[in-house]
Design a protein around this ligand. Sequence first.
Ligand code: ADP
Ligand code: MG
Length: 460
Amino acid sequence: MNNIRVLKFGGTSMGDENTWRKVLDIAAGYQQPVIVVSATSNTTRQLLAAGEEALNDLDKALETSQNIRSRHEVLIERFLDQFDSNTTGSRQQCQDWIEKKIDELEKHLHKINEQVEFSDQRKDAVASIGEQLSSGLLSICGKVYGLETTFIDARDIIKTDSDFGQANPDTERIDQQSRRIRAKVEKGEIPVLGGYYGENSDGQITTLGFEGSDYTASLVGAALDSEAIEIWTDVSGIFTCDPRLVEDAVSIPEISFREATEMAYFGARVLHPSTLKPAAEKRIPVYVRNIFEPDHPGTKIYATADSNGPVRALTFLENVIILTVNAPSTLMGYHFLSNVFATLERHHITVDVVTTTEASVSIAMERPDKLDLITRELEDIGEVTSTERQGLISLIGFGLSNVDAITSRVFSSIKGDPLSLISFSRDKRNLNLILPENHLVETVRSIHHSLFTKEFSTKP
Ligand code: ADP
Ligand code: MG
Protein backbone atom coordinates (compact mmCIF):
# COMPACT_ATOMS: atom_id res chain seq x y z
CA MET A 1 0.00 0.00 0.00
CA ASN A 2 1.14 3.53 -0.67
CA ASN A 3 -0.24 7.05 -0.51
CA ILE A 4 -0.36 7.60 -4.25
CA ARG A 5 -3.42 9.47 -5.48
CA VAL A 6 -3.96 9.99 -9.17
CA LEU A 7 -5.56 13.38 -9.73
CA LYS A 8 -7.14 14.03 -13.11
CA PHE A 9 -7.99 17.56 -14.25
CA GLY A 10 -10.28 18.05 -17.23
CA GLY A 11 -10.57 20.70 -19.91
CA THR A 12 -12.30 23.32 -17.76
CA SER A 13 -9.71 22.85 -15.01
CA MET A 14 -7.02 23.57 -17.57
CA GLY A 15 -8.87 26.63 -18.91
CA ASP A 16 -6.80 29.63 -17.77
CA GLU A 17 -4.07 30.87 -15.43
CA ASN A 18 -6.47 30.92 -12.46
CA THR A 19 -7.59 27.33 -12.84
CA TRP A 20 -3.97 26.22 -13.36
CA ARG A 21 -3.26 27.77 -10.03
CA LYS A 22 -6.17 25.90 -8.45
CA VAL A 23 -4.89 22.65 -9.92
CA LEU A 24 -1.50 23.20 -8.31
CA ASP A 25 -3.08 24.29 -5.01
CA ILE A 26 -5.00 21.02 -4.95
CA ALA A 27 -1.97 18.88 -5.87
CA ALA A 28 0.06 20.62 -3.15
CA GLY A 29 -2.32 19.22 -0.53
CA TYR A 30 -1.38 15.59 -1.23
CA GLN A 31 1.51 13.45 -0.07
CA GLN A 32 2.10 11.51 -3.28
CA PRO A 33 0.06 12.98 -6.12
CA VAL A 34 0.27 11.96 -9.75
CA ILE A 35 -1.32 14.46 -12.13
CA VAL A 36 -3.17 13.56 -15.33
CA VAL A 37 -4.41 16.47 -17.45
CA SER A 38 -6.64 17.03 -20.43
CA ALA A 39 -5.88 19.56 -23.14
CA THR A 40 -6.78 23.18 -22.36
CA SER A 41 -10.44 23.82 -23.10
CA ASN A 42 -11.38 23.81 -26.77
CA THR A 43 -7.92 22.75 -27.97
CA THR A 44 -8.77 19.20 -29.05
CA ARG A 45 -11.69 20.50 -31.09
CA GLN A 46 -9.47 23.15 -32.70
CA LEU A 47 -6.74 20.63 -33.50
CA LEU A 48 -9.18 18.34 -35.30
CA ALA A 49 -10.72 21.33 -37.09
CA ALA A 50 -7.25 22.35 -38.30
CA GLY A 51 -6.74 18.86 -39.68
CA GLU A 52 -10.05 18.98 -41.57
CA GLU A 53 -9.27 22.47 -42.88
CA ALA A 54 -5.88 21.31 -44.15
CA LEU A 55 -7.61 18.98 -46.61
CA ASN A 56 -8.50 21.88 -48.88
CA ASP A 57 -7.32 25.12 -47.27
CA LEU A 58 -3.83 24.95 -45.82
CA ASP A 59 -3.70 28.67 -44.97
CA LYS A 60 -6.83 28.44 -42.90
CA ALA A 61 -5.47 25.36 -41.11
CA LEU A 62 -2.20 27.17 -40.35
CA GLU A 63 -4.17 30.10 -39.00
CA THR A 64 -5.98 27.77 -36.61
CA SER A 65 -2.64 26.32 -35.56
CA GLN A 66 -1.28 29.82 -34.85
CA ASN A 67 -4.39 30.50 -32.79
CA ILE A 68 -3.68 27.42 -30.66
CA ARG A 69 -0.11 28.64 -30.26
CA SER A 70 -1.06 32.14 -29.16
CA ARG A 71 -3.74 30.92 -26.73
CA HIS A 72 -1.10 28.81 -25.00
CA GLU A 73 1.44 31.63 -25.05
CA VAL A 74 -1.03 34.02 -23.44
CA LEU A 75 -2.00 31.48 -20.79
CA ILE A 76 1.64 30.88 -19.84
CA GLU A 77 2.46 34.62 -19.79
CA ARG A 78 -0.45 35.30 -17.48
CA PHE A 79 0.33 32.34 -15.26
CA LEU A 80 3.99 33.27 -14.83
CA ASP A 81 3.16 36.97 -14.30
CA GLN A 82 1.63 35.95 -10.97
CA PHE A 83 5.07 35.12 -9.55
CA ASP A 84 7.67 37.57 -8.32
CA SER A 85 10.58 35.18 -8.75
CA ASN A 86 12.73 35.27 -11.87
CA THR A 87 10.81 33.22 -14.41
CA THR A 88 12.90 33.94 -17.52
CA GLY A 89 14.23 30.39 -17.75
CA SER A 90 10.77 28.85 -17.33
CA ARG A 91 9.28 31.24 -19.90
CA GLN A 92 11.89 30.09 -22.37
CA GLN A 93 11.26 26.41 -21.59
CA CYS A 94 7.53 26.90 -22.13
CA GLN A 95 8.14 28.81 -25.33
CA ASP A 96 10.39 26.04 -26.65
CA TRP A 97 7.80 23.38 -25.84
CA ILE A 98 5.01 25.30 -27.57
CA GLU A 99 7.32 25.85 -30.57
CA LYS A 100 8.13 22.16 -30.77
CA LYS A 101 4.53 20.97 -30.56
CA ILE A 102 3.16 23.56 -33.00
CA ASP A 103 5.94 22.60 -35.38
CA GLU A 104 4.84 18.95 -35.19
CA LEU A 105 1.25 20.00 -35.77
CA GLU A 106 2.12 22.04 -38.84
CA LYS A 107 4.12 19.19 -40.33
CA HIS A 108 0.97 17.07 -40.07
CA LEU A 109 -1.11 19.84 -41.64
CA HIS A 110 1.24 20.03 -44.64
CA LYS A 111 1.11 16.24 -45.05
CA ILE A 112 -2.70 16.24 -44.88
CA ASN A 113 -2.78 18.93 -47.55
CA GLU A 114 -0.33 17.11 -49.83
CA GLN A 115 -2.03 13.74 -49.52
CA VAL A 116 -5.58 15.14 -49.34
CA GLU A 117 -6.17 12.64 -46.57
CA PHE A 118 -6.72 12.95 -42.82
CA SER A 119 -6.37 9.32 -41.77
CA ASP A 120 -7.53 7.91 -38.45
CA GLN A 121 -3.91 7.37 -37.52
CA ARG A 122 -3.03 10.98 -38.22
CA LYS A 123 -6.14 12.18 -36.41
CA ASP A 124 -4.85 10.59 -33.22
CA ALA A 125 -1.39 12.11 -33.64
CA VAL A 126 -2.92 15.55 -34.21
CA ALA A 127 -5.52 15.30 -31.44
CA SER A 128 -2.91 14.22 -28.87
CA ILE A 129 -0.97 17.48 -29.30
CA GLY A 130 -3.43 19.22 -26.95
CA GLU A 131 -2.53 16.93 -24.03
CA GLN A 132 1.15 16.98 -24.95
CA LEU A 133 1.07 20.78 -24.76
CA SER A 134 -0.87 21.04 -21.51
CA SER A 135 1.07 18.35 -19.63
CA GLY A 136 4.48 19.66 -20.72
CA LEU A 137 3.58 23.23 -19.81
CA LEU A 138 1.96 22.40 -16.48
CA SER A 139 5.03 20.46 -15.41
CA ILE A 140 7.19 23.54 -16.06
CA CYS A 141 4.73 25.89 -14.36
CA GLY A 142 4.42 23.59 -11.35
CA LYS A 143 8.12 24.10 -10.63
CA VAL A 144 7.67 27.86 -10.65
CA TYR A 145 4.79 27.41 -8.23
CA GLY A 146 7.13 25.47 -5.96
CA LEU A 147 6.29 21.83 -6.59
CA GLU A 148 8.62 19.08 -7.82
CA THR A 149 6.52 18.50 -10.92
CA THR A 150 8.08 16.42 -13.67
CA PHE A 151 6.83 15.65 -17.19
CA ILE A 152 6.13 12.10 -18.26
CA ASP A 153 5.16 11.45 -21.87
CA ALA A 154 1.98 9.33 -21.81
CA ARG A 155 3.37 7.44 -24.82
CA ASP A 156 5.86 5.82 -22.48
CA ILE A 157 3.11 4.55 -20.17
CA ILE A 158 -0.21 4.04 -21.98
CA LYS A 159 0.53 1.17 -24.36
CA THR A 160 -2.42 0.24 -26.58
CA ASP A 161 -3.51 -1.75 -29.61
CA SER A 162 -3.87 -0.03 -33.00
CA ASP A 163 -7.58 0.74 -32.91
CA PHE A 164 -7.06 4.43 -33.71
CA GLY A 165 -9.66 6.73 -32.21
CA GLN A 166 -10.67 4.25 -29.53
CA ALA A 167 -7.60 2.24 -28.73
CA ASN A 168 -7.71 -0.54 -26.16
CA PRO A 169 -5.11 -0.44 -23.41
CA ASP A 170 -2.59 -3.24 -22.91
CA THR A 171 -2.81 -3.35 -19.13
CA GLU A 172 0.11 -5.71 -18.68
CA ARG A 173 2.50 -3.36 -20.43
CA ILE A 174 0.97 -0.37 -18.68
CA ASP A 175 1.63 -2.09 -15.35
CA GLN A 176 5.28 -2.56 -16.32
CA GLN A 177 5.75 0.94 -17.66
CA SER A 178 4.15 2.51 -14.62
CA ARG A 179 7.26 1.63 -12.63
CA ARG A 180 8.73 4.78 -14.12
CA ILE A 181 6.00 6.81 -12.49
CA ARG A 182 6.41 5.04 -9.19
CA ALA A 183 10.17 5.64 -9.19
CA LYS A 184 9.60 9.37 -9.56
CA VAL A 185 6.97 9.45 -6.85
CA GLU A 186 9.34 7.65 -4.50
CA LYS A 187 11.93 10.36 -5.13
CA GLY A 188 9.37 12.93 -4.00
CA GLU A 189 8.56 14.15 -7.49
CA ILE A 190 5.09 14.84 -8.87
CA PRO A 191 4.67 13.23 -12.30
CA VAL A 192 2.47 15.11 -14.76
CA LEU A 193 1.14 13.24 -17.77
CA GLY A 194 -1.29 13.99 -20.54
CA GLY A 195 -4.50 11.97 -20.60
CA TYR A 196 -6.31 10.60 -23.63
CA TYR A 197 -3.33 9.41 -25.72
CA GLY A 198 -0.88 6.55 -25.78
CA GLU A 199 1.09 4.53 -28.26
CA ASN A 200 0.73 1.22 -30.11
CA SER A 201 3.49 -1.38 -30.40
CA ASP A 202 4.74 0.27 -33.63
CA GLY A 203 5.37 3.51 -31.77
CA GLN A 204 2.41 5.31 -33.36
CA ILE A 205 0.26 7.63 -31.28
CA THR A 206 -3.23 6.36 -30.44
CA THR A 207 -6.11 7.84 -28.45
CA LEU A 208 -8.54 6.26 -26.00
CA GLY A 209 -11.66 7.97 -27.36
CA PHE A 210 -13.78 10.90 -26.30
CA GLU A 211 -13.21 11.89 -22.63
CA GLY A 212 -10.26 9.48 -22.64
CA SER A 213 -8.31 11.39 -19.97
CA ASP A 214 -10.57 9.91 -17.29
CA TYR A 215 -9.63 6.49 -18.61
CA THR A 216 -5.90 7.32 -18.48
CA ALA A 217 -6.24 8.35 -14.83
CA SER A 218 -7.98 5.11 -13.96
CA LEU A 219 -5.45 2.96 -15.87
CA VAL A 220 -2.54 4.68 -14.17
CA GLY A 221 -4.25 4.59 -10.76
CA ALA A 222 -4.84 0.86 -11.12
CA ALA A 223 -1.31 0.16 -12.39
CA LEU A 224 0.17 1.99 -9.41
CA ASP A 225 -2.19 0.34 -6.90
CA SER A 226 -2.98 3.86 -5.82
CA GLU A 227 -5.11 4.51 -2.75
CA ALA A 228 -7.60 6.55 -4.81
CA ILE A 229 -8.29 8.16 -8.17
CA GLU A 230 -9.77 11.65 -8.12
CA ILE A 231 -11.49 13.11 -11.16
CA TRP A 232 -11.48 16.89 -10.67
CA THR A 233 -13.96 18.79 -12.80
CA ASP A 234 -16.34 21.77 -12.71
CA VAL A 235 -19.17 20.18 -10.70
CA SER A 236 -19.14 18.83 -7.13
CA GLY A 237 -19.54 15.19 -8.03
CA ILE A 238 -21.93 13.06 -10.01
CA PHE A 239 -25.39 14.57 -9.78
CA THR A 240 -28.81 12.93 -9.80
CA CYS A 241 -29.12 14.39 -13.30
CA ASP A 242 -27.05 16.74 -15.50
CA PRO A 243 -27.04 19.96 -13.42
CA ARG A 244 -26.92 22.05 -16.59
CA LEU A 245 -30.36 20.79 -17.54
CA VAL A 246 -32.03 20.06 -14.22
CA GLU A 247 -31.64 22.89 -11.74
CA ASP A 248 -32.64 20.92 -8.65
CA ALA A 249 -30.25 18.03 -9.32
CA VAL A 250 -28.02 17.28 -6.32
CA SER A 251 -24.64 15.69 -5.84
CA ILE A 252 -24.77 11.96 -5.02
CA PRO A 253 -22.55 11.14 -2.00
CA GLU A 254 -21.92 7.50 -2.93
CA ILE A 255 -22.55 5.40 -6.02
CA SER A 256 -21.41 1.93 -7.07
CA PHE A 257 -18.99 1.26 -9.92
CA ARG A 258 -21.79 -0.48 -11.79
CA GLU A 259 -24.27 2.35 -11.44
CA ALA A 260 -21.74 5.01 -12.39
CA THR A 261 -20.70 2.97 -15.44
CA GLU A 262 -24.34 2.64 -16.47
CA MET A 263 -24.74 6.39 -16.10
CA ALA A 264 -21.78 7.07 -18.37
CA TYR A 265 -23.00 4.51 -20.87
CA PHE A 266 -26.51 5.96 -20.93
CA GLY A 267 -25.42 9.52 -21.55
CA ALA A 268 -24.05 11.20 -18.39
CA ARG A 269 -21.18 13.14 -19.88
CA VAL A 270 -19.32 13.40 -16.59
CA LEU A 271 -17.20 10.22 -17.08
CA HIS A 272 -15.76 8.15 -19.92
CA PRO A 273 -17.75 4.86 -19.91
CA SER A 274 -14.63 2.66 -19.58
CA THR A 275 -13.13 4.76 -16.79
CA LEU A 276 -14.27 2.65 -13.91
CA LYS A 277 -13.25 -0.77 -15.15
CA PRO A 278 -9.58 -0.70 -14.11
CA ALA A 279 -10.46 0.92 -10.80
CA ALA A 280 -13.29 -1.53 -10.08
CA GLU A 281 -11.07 -4.53 -10.80
CA LYS A 282 -8.63 -3.40 -8.14
CA ARG A 283 -11.30 -1.98 -5.84
CA ILE A 284 -9.73 1.47 -5.88
CA PRO A 285 -12.21 4.18 -4.94
CA VAL A 286 -12.81 6.93 -7.51
CA TYR A 287 -13.89 10.39 -6.40
CA VAL A 288 -15.47 13.08 -8.57
CA ARG A 289 -14.73 16.54 -7.20
CA ASN A 290 -14.92 20.23 -8.08
CA ILE A 291 -11.88 22.50 -8.44
CA PHE A 292 -14.13 25.50 -7.74
CA GLU A 293 -15.43 23.96 -4.50
CA PRO A 294 -12.46 21.94 -3.22
CA ASP A 295 -13.86 21.45 0.29
CA HIS A 296 -16.94 19.64 -1.02
CA PRO A 297 -16.40 15.86 -0.66
CA GLY A 298 -17.97 15.22 -4.09
CA THR A 299 -19.03 11.70 -5.06
CA LYS A 300 -17.35 8.49 -3.97
CA ILE A 301 -17.59 5.67 -6.49
CA TYR A 302 -16.92 2.27 -4.99
CA ALA A 303 -17.90 -1.41 -5.09
CA THR A 304 -20.74 -0.86 -2.70
CA ALA A 305 -22.67 2.30 -2.03
CA ASP A 306 -25.23 3.35 0.52
CA SER A 307 -28.55 4.20 -0.99
CA ASN A 308 -30.35 7.28 0.18
CA GLY A 309 -33.35 7.44 -2.11
CA PRO A 310 -35.69 5.61 -4.42
CA VAL A 311 -33.46 5.87 -7.51
CA ARG A 312 -29.80 6.75 -7.77
CA ALA A 313 -29.83 8.91 -10.88
CA LEU A 314 -31.47 9.86 -14.14
CA THR A 315 -29.60 10.14 -17.43
CA PHE A 316 -30.64 11.06 -20.94
CA LEU A 317 -29.33 10.73 -24.45
CA GLU A 318 -30.33 12.63 -27.57
CA ASN A 319 -30.12 11.68 -31.23
CA VAL A 320 -31.43 8.17 -30.75
CA ILE A 321 -32.99 6.21 -33.59
CA ILE A 322 -35.31 3.21 -33.48
CA LEU A 323 -35.02 0.65 -36.23
CA THR A 324 -37.81 -1.89 -36.43
CA VAL A 325 -37.22 -4.96 -38.54
CA ASN A 326 -40.20 -7.13 -39.45
CA ALA A 327 -39.47 -10.75 -40.10
CA PRO A 328 -40.54 -12.26 -43.39
CA SER A 329 -42.99 -15.13 -42.83
CA THR A 330 -40.40 -17.56 -44.21
CA LEU A 331 -37.81 -17.05 -41.50
CA MET A 332 -37.89 -18.68 -38.08
CA GLY A 333 -37.79 -16.33 -35.12
CA TYR A 334 -34.38 -17.26 -33.80
CA HIS A 335 -32.67 -17.14 -37.21
CA PHE A 336 -34.25 -13.80 -37.82
CA LEU A 337 -33.00 -12.36 -34.54
CA SER A 338 -29.50 -13.72 -34.92
CA ASN A 339 -29.27 -12.26 -38.44
CA VAL A 340 -30.31 -8.84 -37.17
CA PHE A 341 -27.79 -8.89 -34.34
CA ALA A 342 -25.01 -10.23 -36.56
CA THR A 343 -25.51 -7.19 -38.79
CA LEU A 344 -25.25 -4.83 -35.83
CA GLU A 345 -22.21 -6.64 -34.54
CA ARG A 346 -20.41 -6.27 -37.87
CA HIS A 347 -20.80 -2.51 -37.57
CA HIS A 348 -19.84 -2.39 -33.88
CA ILE A 349 -23.24 -0.95 -32.94
CA THR A 350 -24.07 -0.90 -29.26
CA VAL A 351 -27.77 -1.23 -28.71
CA ASP A 352 -29.42 0.71 -25.90
CA VAL A 353 -32.87 -0.83 -25.82
CA VAL A 354 -34.42 -3.81 -27.60
CA THR A 355 -37.95 -5.12 -27.68
CA THR A 356 -39.13 -8.07 -29.71
CA THR A 357 -42.29 -9.83 -30.77
CA GLU A 358 -42.34 -13.20 -32.51
CA ALA A 359 -42.20 -11.42 -35.87
CA SER A 360 -40.34 -8.17 -35.31
CA VAL A 361 -37.56 -6.54 -33.37
CA SER A 362 -37.20 -2.86 -32.43
CA ILE A 363 -33.75 -1.61 -31.59
CA ALA A 364 -32.90 1.80 -30.18
CA MET A 365 -29.37 3.14 -30.53
CA GLU A 366 -27.48 6.36 -30.87
CA ARG A 367 -27.82 7.35 -34.52
CA PRO A 368 -24.83 5.66 -36.18
CA ASP A 369 -22.71 7.36 -38.85
CA LYS A 370 -23.26 4.48 -41.25
CA LEU A 371 -27.05 4.44 -40.88
CA ASP A 372 -27.77 4.10 -44.62
CA LEU A 373 -25.48 1.14 -45.00
CA ILE A 374 -26.84 -0.59 -41.90
CA THR A 375 -30.43 -0.01 -43.00
CA ARG A 376 -29.70 -1.50 -46.42
CA GLU A 377 -28.17 -4.59 -44.86
CA LEU A 378 -31.12 -5.02 -42.51
CA GLU A 379 -33.48 -4.73 -45.49
CA ASP A 380 -31.97 -7.97 -46.75
CA ILE A 381 -33.34 -9.62 -43.60
CA GLY A 382 -36.78 -8.05 -43.36
CA GLU A 383 -38.84 -4.95 -43.86
CA VAL A 384 -37.29 -1.98 -41.99
CA THR A 385 -38.92 1.13 -40.61
CA SER A 386 -36.95 3.81 -38.81
CA THR A 387 -38.03 6.44 -36.30
CA GLU A 388 -35.51 9.24 -35.89
CA ARG A 389 -35.11 12.12 -33.42
CA GLN A 390 -35.78 10.05 -30.35
CA GLY A 391 -34.44 10.54 -26.86
CA LEU A 392 -33.54 7.96 -24.23
CA ILE A 393 -34.16 8.46 -20.52
CA SER A 394 -32.59 5.95 -18.12
CA LEU A 395 -33.36 5.53 -14.44
CA ILE A 396 -30.30 4.02 -12.78
CA GLY A 397 -30.23 2.10 -9.50
CA PHE A 398 -33.82 1.54 -8.42
CA GLY A 399 -34.38 0.92 -4.73
CA LEU A 400 -35.57 -2.69 -4.81
CA SER A 401 -38.15 -2.31 -2.09
CA ASN A 402 -40.42 0.09 -3.90
CA VAL A 403 -40.37 -0.62 -7.60
CA ASP A 404 -44.17 -0.20 -7.85
CA ALA A 405 -44.16 3.19 -6.21
CA ILE A 406 -41.31 4.39 -8.37
CA THR A 407 -42.74 3.20 -11.66
CA SER A 408 -46.12 4.68 -10.90
CA ARG A 409 -44.48 8.03 -10.10
CA VAL A 410 -42.46 7.87 -13.28
CA PHE A 411 -45.38 7.09 -15.54
CA SER A 412 -47.69 9.64 -13.98
CA SER A 413 -45.08 12.35 -14.55
CA ILE A 414 -44.94 11.71 -18.29
CA LYS A 415 -47.39 14.05 -19.93
CA GLY A 416 -49.27 13.28 -23.12
CA ASP A 417 -48.67 9.97 -24.78
CA PRO A 418 -45.12 10.20 -26.08
CA LEU A 419 -43.50 6.85 -25.21
CA SER A 420 -42.05 4.89 -28.13
CA LEU A 421 -40.28 2.03 -26.33
CA ILE A 422 -39.80 0.90 -22.74
CA SER A 423 -37.49 -1.64 -21.15
CA PHE A 424 -37.27 -2.53 -17.51
CA SER A 425 -35.07 -4.93 -15.60
CA ARG A 426 -35.72 -5.51 -11.93
CA ASP A 427 -32.51 -7.45 -11.78
CA LYS A 428 -30.41 -4.68 -13.29
CA ARG A 429 -32.39 -2.09 -11.35
CA ASN A 430 -32.75 -0.03 -14.49
CA LEU A 431 -35.62 1.44 -16.52
CA ASN A 432 -35.20 2.86 -20.02
CA LEU A 433 -37.75 5.02 -21.78
CA ILE A 434 -37.58 6.14 -25.40
CA LEU A 435 -39.65 9.05 -26.58
CA PRO A 436 -39.52 11.77 -29.24
CA GLU A 437 -36.66 14.20 -28.70
CA ASN A 438 -38.98 17.20 -28.39
CA HIS A 439 -40.48 15.68 -25.21
CA LEU A 440 -37.10 14.81 -23.73
CA VAL A 441 -36.15 17.83 -21.63
CA GLU A 442 -39.59 18.43 -20.19
CA THR A 443 -39.99 14.74 -19.30
CA VAL A 444 -36.53 14.47 -17.72
CA ARG A 445 -37.29 17.46 -15.49
CA SER A 446 -40.69 16.18 -14.58
CA ILE A 447 -39.51 12.66 -13.67
CA HIS A 448 -36.57 14.08 -11.75
CA HIS A 449 -38.91 16.34 -9.83
CA SER A 450 -41.28 13.52 -8.94
CA LEU A 451 -38.48 11.24 -7.70
CA PHE A 452 -35.95 13.54 -6.10
CA THR A 453 -37.68 16.72 -5.09
CA LYS A 454 -41.06 15.69 -3.77
CA GLU A 455 -41.00 13.89 -0.50
CA PHE A 456 -40.75 10.19 -1.32
CA SER A 457 -41.51 7.47 1.16
CA THR A 458 -38.92 4.71 0.98
CA LYS A 459 -41.31 2.32 2.74
CA PRO A 460 -43.08 -0.08 0.38
P1 ADP B 1 -14.02 17.80 -17.73
O1 ADP B 1 -13.61 18.85 -18.70
O2 ADP B 1 -13.53 18.08 -16.34
O3 ADP B 1 -13.71 16.41 -18.19
P2 ADP B 1 -16.77 17.36 -18.46
O4 ADP B 1 -17.39 18.48 -19.20
O5 ADP B 1 -16.32 16.17 -19.24
O6 ADP B 1 -15.59 17.95 -17.58
O7 ADP B 1 -17.76 16.81 -17.34
C1 ADP B 1 -18.37 17.69 -16.42
C2 ADP B 1 -19.75 18.06 -16.92
O8 ADP B 1 -20.55 16.88 -17.04
C3 ADP B 1 -20.53 18.94 -15.99
O9 ADP B 1 -20.24 20.29 -16.18
C4 ADP B 1 -21.98 18.57 -16.31
O10 ADP B 1 -22.61 19.55 -17.12
C5 ADP B 1 -21.89 17.29 -17.11
N1 ADP B 1 -22.77 16.26 -16.57
C6 ADP B 1 -23.66 15.53 -17.27
N2 ADP B 1 -24.35 14.71 -16.49
C7 ADP B 1 -23.88 14.90 -15.24
C8 ADP B 1 -24.22 14.33 -13.97
N3 ADP B 1 -25.17 13.39 -13.84
N4 ADP B 1 -23.53 14.77 -12.89
C9 ADP B 1 -22.57 15.70 -13.01
N5 ADP B 1 -22.24 16.27 -14.17
C10 ADP B 1 -22.88 15.90 -15.28
MG1 MG C 1 -14.67 14.91 -19.04
